[in-house]
Write a protein that binds this ligand. Structure first.
Ligand SMILES: NC(=O)CC[C@H](N)C(=O)O
Length: 263
């Protein structure tokens, strides 16, 4: 199988593009970083790729709100080609700021006739929060999370709270299996507020998929945990036994799943 080609989109202020491209390469993809202006000049460049990733960072300085400017650029100029991209069976991943961007593009299918079912907004405590969290996955149709049950990953965000509009919107999203990642306590039990839920997200939601399962947006950073030794407690875990320092970090599974989808 030829390595799937992944476009890692960057814009002014993106800062996770190198690591994210490397994560896809480690998983067996051919990843390329591309400035959004190149794509705006020539949307047909998308035809050469099987997956698109909007990585983390501070695109356009988080001006107006995080992801808004890049999200608007994509929504206004690239909606049609990207919808076709997804409907052709290709994959789209948004990590942290990339998720904030995806929410604002409309590509996640989280709108109804009354407007957005959910959005990303400021953490409840109003501060930037950067640390590790525990997550439960309920992959359903989500390609990136196939076979994943639990994850430990870093977060680093200020506007990372998934705020769902109302109970009916939450029912709609949960009944369609769209909330595929939830913050949990360390043993996998339900998070009951801060700190297990780091931002006050409705229903502990940390990641959403679209209706096809081929678009995923998540606030935690899978590209920051590719190797076992990236875990802050890897030496203690190794001493306690059952932790292989040569092994994969939890985040690599998402990139491997993306690659094997094309296998
Ligand atoms: N790590 C990131 O992608 C940061 C996202 C965004 N700039 C925020 O602070 O919410």
């Amino acid at each position: 199988m030829p390595a799937p080609r992944v476009l890692v989109l960057r814009a002014p202020g993106t800062n996770c593009d190198e690591e994210t491209a490397e994560a896809f390469r480690l998983a067996g993809a051919a990843a390329e970083r591309l400035h959004v202006n190149r794509l705006l000049e020539n949307p047909a460049l998308l035809d050469g790729f099987q997956a698109l990733c909007v990585p983390g960072g501070f695109s356009y300085g988080d001006d107006i709100s995080a992801g808004r400017v890049l999200g608007n650029q994509i929504r206004l100029a690239l909606s049609e080609p990207l919808r076709k991209f997804r409907d052709d069976g290709k994959l789209v991943l948004g990590v942290c700021n990339g998720f904030q961007v995806l929410v604002k593009t409309g590509l996640l299918d989280i709108e109804d006739s009354a407007g957005p079912l959910a959005t990303l907004t400021w953490n409840d405590h109003g501060r930037y929060e950067a640390r590790w969290v525990h997550l439960n996955a309920t992959p359903g149709e989500c390609v990136f999370l196939r076979g994943v049950e639990r994850l430990e990953l870093p977060i680093a965000h200020a506007e990372g709270k998934i705020a769902v509009r109302d109970d009916a919107a939450l029912d709609a999203l949960t009944s369609q299996g769209r909330v595929v990642l939830r913050y949990s306590v360390a043993d996998g039990g339900e998070a009951k507020g801060f700190p297990a839920n780091p931002n006050g997200a409705t229903a502990n939601a940390a990641g959403l998929t679209d209706s096809t399962g081929r678009v995923l947006g998540l606030m935690p950073h899978p590209e920051r945990y590719l190797f076992a030794t990236q875990h802050p407690q890897w030496t203690r875990k190794k001493a306690a036994g059952g932790y292989d320092p040569q092994g994969d970090g939890d985040g690599l599974a998402l990139f491997r799943n993306a690659v094997s989808y094309f296998g």
